[in-house]
Design a protein around this ligand. Structure first.
Ligand code: PLP
Length: 385
């Protein structure tokens, strides 16, 4: 039995994605910049993908750019946005619970380029404090970046409210949203919301790894951070990853097909799992677990057991989960997100993230609960003094 509950780290590709990626790699393998038919054929995939994202996000096709991953989209938005607007000011705002793709790009701008960055606190549920955003805005502020769904605890940020606060203060401030964990679970419309830039990633939505999207409003001033042959209107040089681009577009179309039912199913499973976990003593669910939290992420603290130990005990039973944030779990350190929400000390090193997908079944959730009922008391017996 293999139960994959690490879908916030990465997802299994849809079969339709595998098929189109294979077809583009082996049959329609032209370079979109070539002038002959093979090139034009390849360019068609890029244009179709732009059309797909433009429709889903209700934006213009020319506002869609393809990158190599969510991390690159975040870097281009922040560094490119900061470079292009630094004459207007050198102050940036983000939150303490962002992914390292944001936090480390901000740190770079702070340490190497003389920008000042404000890191907004969050409440106990992992939602950014809007009062702190209001206080932080100043006439030097040029860019604000807030994630849509937090990857560790699944908190959903008040993006609409944050955007209106930013735009009411100064409509020239760029508002960027890292929607890597929110896209495919929520319908996101940047123009209606006041979002100038939006980052997406292929492998979180049953698409291929190595491909991302950045929406950049035509009104936003952003400079490229990669230099080369001038592809994608000079914004992102490098021969387009056509198989990846065709794949991410196919994944986006498929994930939004029947979205409401998929999300309702995940929510029901999430409720079942949370109720079941509640029967184990000394556990806590981080963040909110009602309808205002993401449907697919559940972060559970198990007092007295190091996350790594429980993770491997579950692995023995064929269950794959993650400790803290999987994207950076090669560097185990105390999670800034758990610290940010003020999690109790006993949970900082004792938290697992269970993340579902539309393929997760009730049997899998029940088997995982059974396994926890077995492992947790046993491990506690050996590790507690
Ligand atoms: N942003 C968030 C919120 C994420 O969860 C991740 C990956 O986990 C990323 C950005 C980075 O995406 P990628 O793995 O495509 O670089």
């Amino acid at each position: 039995m293999e139960i994959y509950l690490d879908n916030s780290a990465t997802t299994k590709a849809y079969e339709s994605v595998r098929d189109i990626v294979g077809k583009v790699m082996c049959e329609d393998y032209g370079n979109p910049s070539s002038m002959h038919r093979k090139g034009v054929e390849a360019e068609r995939y890029v244009k179709d993908a732009q059309e797909t994202f433009a429709k889903l996000l209700k934006v213009q096709e020319k506002e869609i750019y393809f990158t190599s991953c969510g991390t690159e989209s975040d870097n281009l938005a922040l560094i490119g946005g900061a470079w292009a607007n630094c004459r207007a000011g050198k102050h940036l705002i983000t939150t303490v619970i962002e992914h390292p793709a944001i936090l480390n790009a901000m740190r770079y701008l702070e340490e190497e380029e003389g920008f000042r960055v404000t890191y907004l606190p969050v409440d106990e549920y992992g939602r950014v404090r809007l009062s702190a955003l209001k206080q932080a805005l100043c006439k030097e502020t040029i860019l604000v970046s807030i994630m849509y769904v937090n990857n560790e605890v699944g908190s959903v940020q008040p993006i609409m409210e944050a955007a209106s606060i930013v735009k009411a203060y100064n409509r020239n401030i760029l508002f960027h949203v890292d929607a890597v964990q929110g896209f495919g679970k929520y319908r996101i419309y940047p123009k209606k919301t006041g979002i100038d830039m939006l980052s997406l990633s292929g492998h979180k939505i049953h698409g291929p790894k190595g491909v991302g999207v950045l929406y950049i409003s035509e009104k936003a001033k952003v400079k490229p951070i990669i230099f080369g042959g001038g592809q994608q209107k000079n914004m992102r040089s490098g021969t387009e990853n056509v198989p990846g681009i065709a794949g991410i577009a196919q994944a986006a179309r498929e994930i939004y097909t029947g979205l409401d039912e998929k999300v309702a199913r995940m929510r029901a499973l999430k409720r079942r799992f949370i109720e079941g976990v509640g029967e184990i003593e000394d556990t806590t669910i981080h963040g909110l677990y009602d309808e205002t939290s993401a449907p697919h992420i559940i972060s559970v603290g198990f007092a007295g057991i190091r996350s790594e130990v429980l993770l491997h005990a579950l692995e023995e039973k064929g269950i794959y989960v993650s400790s803290g944030s999987a994207c950076s779990s090669n560097h185990p350190s105390v999670s800034g997100v758990l610290k940010g929400i003020g999690a109790k000390k006993e949970y900082l090193d004792a938290t697992l993230r269970f993340s579902m997908s539309e393929f997760t079944t009730q049997e899998e959730i029940d088997y995982t609960l059974e396994s926890l009922y077995n492992c947790v008391p046993m491990l506690r017996k050996y590790t507690r003094h």
